[in-house]
Each structure stands twice: as C-alpha cells, then as structure tokens.
Design a protein around this ligand. Structure first.
Ligand SMILES: [Fe+2]
Length: 305
C-alpha cells in the first residue's frame, strides 16, 4: 500500500481513536485500491488526519472523492469560485458568524460538540477540512468517538436507552442550547435569518449504516429532550450521557499545522470548533460527503415543545 496509517497521539487512557495517514502522494491520481483502503480505514477508525498533505484545492477534492459523493454548500457565496464542491469557511472578508466573549477574548467560530445536520433526518456521511490559513492562537478542532462512547456504557444504561428517541432542534446561537451550553456573552447581534427547520425525532442510539456499530447520538448543540420521559428524567439522562460521551478518553483535539487535512465520519462522531480571536484570520476549506441514509423523522412542532 502506498501510505502508512499510524495511531494518533491522543489523551490519557484513549481508545486509540483515529489514524494519521502519511506517505500518500496526492500529486498523482489515487488508484482504486488505495481509495478503497482509505475508505475502509475511515469507516474503521472514524477519523483520518492527513498531516501537511492539503497543499491545493485539487488535492483536497481528489482525496474527498474517495469517500463518496460530494455535496456543495446550499448557499452559493460559500462555494469556491472555481470548485463548487469546496466550501469556504473563514473570516478573510469579515466575520460571518457570531462572536462571544470567552474569558475576555472576543472569539469567533466557537461551536460546541455536535454532529452536522443533527437537526435533520439524514446526517451527512462525513466531511474533510483543509487548513488554508491558521490563526496565531486558538482555532483547534476536536472530535470524539460516539461509537466508543456507546460501547463503554454500562449494560444497565444500554438497556435504559435502547429504543428511545430524542428531539433535536436547529440552533441559531449558543443561547438556544439546552445542554452543554458554554459560558460566554454574545458580542455580536443575533442573526435569525435562517430557514425554518422543523423539529426531528432521532434515535438516541443509532446503528451505523455502513459498519453496523451502535453509536450514541447526542449532538449537544441540538438535543432537546427524550420523547416519552418526564422532563426531569429526560434532563437527568441527557446530562448523564453527555458527561459520559465528552470524556477526554474518547476525544482527539487537533492542533492544526499548515496544510493539514482531517476527515471524519459524521455518523459516529461529534466535533467541536474551539474558535479563535476575532481579530485573527483563519481560513479553512471543507468538503461535505453526502449522507444517504435517514436516521429519524420530522415531527410536529407541538410534539417538540
Ligand atoms: Fe460542524
């Protein structure tokens, strides 16, 4: 095989989440055998880091296509002008996201632990980020393994949550979070000009469509309550599961270096953007791998109250 896969250096007691891929030559076409091997590693380990290999949009796109069909951003201004499947995330042309005061630092881009599209019925399969311009401070991204978190639950908890559904909501700002909300005062005005996303009911435990592994489906940004439980019981259960899943042993926190690329399986991970000082520039290009398997169902707004 024309690359090597090594265990990432993670925190103490780690489950060995993710792999670092080295030796891959992205200046040459990726052959079908290499693509299949990379895809198998992605599904087995949930997170692949490609240190320093993201030297061009073409390299990122060629690599991303090994993992499925790519999904352009629905809003055209976020698309790269020459590559519609590349999504531009950055503040070179000004801040586009909310700004919060964290510990006296005006911070842009802080997004707590979440799964992309958790507020929809069909999560995207994955995504791949390429670091184009690093800020001097901050800007880390964390991932955690929700399949390992499920496996590590005690049997009583596994039995308790089997078959339960939770309601997940679109979240336009940290103020809207019901759980795991970080301390931080908003410094920028609210922008609520978003489309309406109806509430969804998704299982708390989801079976991964490609691997068959069970994963804890929590998305702390979006989770509202467990259907059918009294409010206090629902809240206690969600708090307990979040405290369990967000332990350092399930996490990889990535300290970005120039041209790093990171790919994750969105169906068996949560991720978190630490954010960075608003007066520093950070530019990331992203590709999204389209999801094809529905997880849950849209419900009436009254049922989501
Ligand atoms: Fe995300």
């Amino acid at each position: 095989m024309d690359f090597a896969a090594e265990t990432l250096l993670c925190g103490p007691g780690t489950f060995g989440f993710g792999r670092a891929i080295t030796g891959l030559d992205l200046d040459r076409p990726i052959g079908p055998q290499t693509a299949a091997a990379l895809r198998a590693l992605w599904l087995e380990h949930g997170l692949l880091v490609f240190p320093g290999l993201g030297t061009s949009p073409e390299a990122q796109l060629a690599l991303s296509r090994c993992f499925g069909e790519l999904e352009p951003h629905p809003i055209p201004r976020f698309r790269h002008p020459d590559h519609a499947e590349l999504i531009l995330l950055g503040n070179e042309s000004g801040s586009t996201g909310p700004i919060y005061d964290f510990g006296g630092v005006a911070t842009l881009g802080h997004i707590p632990w979440h799964t992309d599209l958790a507020f929809a019925t069909t999560p995207n399969a994955g995504a791949l980020l390429r670091m184009v311009r690093r800020p001097e401070t901050g800007g880390q991204t964390g991932w955690l393994d929700t399949a390992a978190a499920y496996d590590a639950l005690d049997d009583a908890t596994k039995a308790e949550i089997a078959g339960l559904e939770a309601v997940y909501l679109f979240c336009a700002g940290l103020e809207d979070m019901r759980f795991n909300r970080p301390e931080g005062a908003r410094l920028s005005p609210r922008n609520d000009a978003y489309p309406h996303f109806p509430p969804v009911a998704n299982p708390l435990v989801w079976t991964h469509p490609d691997t068959g592994r069970k994963v804890l489906n929590l998305s702390t940004l979006n989770i509202s309550h467990v259907i059918g439980l009294p409010a206090a019981q629902s809240e206690a259960l969600i708090c307990r599961l979040i405290a369990h899943a967000t332990q350092a042993r399930f996490c990889h926190i990535h300290q970005w270096a120039d041209n790093d690329m990171v790919l994750w399986d969105n169906r068996r991970t949560m991720h978190m953007a630490f954010g960075h000082p608003v007066d520093q520039i950070r530019v990331v290009h992203r590709t999204t791998i389209r999801g094809t398997v529905a997880m849950g169902r849209v419900i009436d707004s009254q049922d989501a109250a």
